[in-house]
Design a protein around this ligand. Structure first.
Ligand code: BG6
Length: 539
């Protein structure tokens, strides 16, 4: 059953293979792992030739995520041959010095190391363009340079603008692109797309303002708002799991589900991002986006098609079915925390207030637990518990669907009652899916134990998953917006998160720190769920 690389002489199966073979530029023979589960997989599409313009190219995000993701796409022949990148930054660099810096970052951050020649070819595609975002002349020069590149490299006016700068620069850059006409998609003159990194606004009003500014220049179909959680392999699989299988969907509702828990635990602290985090806190940093996105994917109705808008329509409906929290809801259904000093992985670590660039009296939350309800036909009465925190005992993101107890306890005389069924989707690490059920212990008596069936990606497919950024960047290049958040979706998510953070403004100062680093958060988080007669799952 195993399939290996096609023997020499086998005709190429795709236009890309044909093109690479003819041009003599094939960098790798496509390798198919000796694993029957990978049999018959579709070959990937390759994007149109284009120029990518990366703003904030000298920043941390670009170095750690964007360039390594692009290098992986390059290495695996998923970038078009006619592809160029213009890196825009304020610092003065010549092309060679900038490329050398990116080369060093690739060494450090690439998932799979590039061979020297591959890295050289990739870096040769990168040009540096110095300019301040307020400087009209810099953008005029950029416009001329892009036209020139089209002529030299045959990129047909296709342009992908990627905003990886400080969020305060987003409106400025969008305005400049509009002023230079770089947003215009002239008929037959190539496509124009813009990627905007998170955070998209810091509350409902600022998100709306930003959407308006972007909307003055770009059409919604040209805009790709990134939430990297949507690019994670397990998150994408959630849709396949729900809608590609017949047996789970009939159970996926209030009749069978008792409650849902979504946990995003991180063992790291705020690292070097103290000043950013002081302004953000856990709610804005990960709950408004990553956690609410996971919630929508768990709770949404099956879309009629897999088109980006069909999918996003369903996600928006979920967000709109969550009642906007009142001040009283926020006080009752939300628990926040901040870590103090403690131990993580047997190492002593500082408390949040002692971190670099953090106010020693900071009231910023590094942990949030919340209980949401979705007022629709499917989920009415089923609580969704979300929790996210830094400096928890381990890194683990998981979605747990807790099913109801059996209606009648037939085995109540057994030494141990079987626990209700549970389905846990491990987003990371050890990506996989676990199903818990009761089973008879072999023997003459009637002892019952809870057992698990566990599927892990690593062992089933024996391939590494791509990084979320690889998936998302490739999708933008291909013009597929399914995994990007739409304007109304971002606003709907902010309409839930904003009242929570605003309810704290005139609340008494919290008694922070209220959990020790290396523990599962404050007592209030336990109390929040125990009040409903439930417990957080031990991960
Ligand atoms: C980012 C947050 O969006 O997600 C970080 O700003 C957080 O604070 C990170 O650490 C977590 O991402 P991942 O992919 O490591 O779970």
């Amino acid at each position: 059953m195993t399939r290996t690389a096609a023997p020499p002489g086998t005709p190429p199966r795709t236009i890309r293979e044909l093109r690479l073979e003819r041009s003599g530029k094939r960098r790798h023979a496509p390798r198919v792992e000796g694993n029957p589960l990978r049999e018959g997989l579709r070959l990937e599409r390759v994007p149109d030739p284009h120029v990518m313009v990366l703003f904030g190219a000298t920043g941390d995000l670009s170095h750690r995520k964007v360039f390594p993701a692009l290098a992986q796409l390059w290495r695996t022949n998923l970038l078009p041959q006619d592809w160029m990148l213009v890196a825009v930054g304020r610092r003065p660099y010549d092309d060679e010095t900038f490329r050398a810096e990116i080369g060093a970052s690739l060494e450090q951050w690439c998932r799979v190391k590039l061979e020297t020649e591959e890295a050289r070819q990739f870096l040769a595609r990168i040009a540096y363009h110095q300019g301040d975002f307020t400087d009209d002349a810099a953008f005029d020069r950029l416009t001329a340079r892009l036209d020139e590149m089209d002529r030299e490299h045959g990129t047909h006016g296709n342009r992908l603008f990627y905003l990886a700068t400080q969020p305060s620069a987003f409106p400025l850059i969008v305005g400049q692109l509009g002023r230079c006409g770089l947003d215009h998609e002239v008929h037959g003159g190539g496509w124009r797309r813009i990627v905007i990194e998170k955070p998209f606004g810091r509350d409902y009003d600022s998100a709306r303002r930003l959407n308006r500014e972007v909307g003055k220049v770009f059409r919604e179909s040209q805009v790709y708002r990134i939430d990297h959680y949507l690019g994670k392999e397990t998150v994408r699989n959630l849709m396949v799991f729900r809608f590609g299988n017949g047996i789970f969907e009939p159970l996926w509702n209030r009749r069978y589900v008792d409650h849902v828990q979504i946990t995003m635990a991180e063992s790291i602290g705020v690292e070097e991002r103290g000043s950013f985090y002081e302004e953000t806190g856990a709610t804005r940093d990960v709950v408004q986006n990553h956690l609410l996105q996971l919630l929508t994917l768990v709770a949404m109705e099956p879309p009629a098609t897999f088109e980006a808008d069909a999918l996003r329509d369903e996600k928006v409906k979920v967000l709109r079915a969550i009642p906007v929290p009142t001040r009283a809801d926020a006080a009752h259904n939300v628990a926040r925390g901040q870590y103090g000093p403690g131990w993580v992985s047997a190492q002593p670590v500082a408390g949040y207030r002692e971190e670099h660039e953090v106010d020693p009296l900071s009231e910023t939350e590094t942990f949030l637990a919340a209980r949401f309800q979705i007022d629709d036909w499917r989920w009415s009465g089923v609580p969704f518990y979300l929790r996210a925190g830094k400096r928890l005992p381990k890194r683990a993101t998981e979605i747990a669907i807790q099913f109801r107890e059996v209606p009648h306890r037939l085995f109540r005389d057994a030494a141990v009652d079987p626990e209700p069924n549970l389905l846990a989707i491990r987003v990371q690490p050890d990506e996989g899916i676990l199903l818990r059920f009761g089973s008879k212990v072999p023997g003459l008596g009637l002892d019952i134990r809870t057992v698990t069936m566990d599927f892990t990606y690593g062992s089933a497919f024996s391939v590494d998953s791509p990084d979320a950024y690889e998936t998302l960047i490739l999708d933008v290049m291909l013009g597929d917006a399914s995994l990007f958040t739409r304007a109304d979706e971002v606003e709907a998510a902010w309409s839930i998160a904003t009242p929570i953070v605003e309810s704290w403004l005139d609340a008494p100062a919290p008694e922070f720190p209220n959990y020790a680093a290396g523990t599962w958060g404050p007592d209030a988080a336990e109390a929040l769920i125990e009040r409903d007669g439930r417990r957080w799952r031990r991960i």
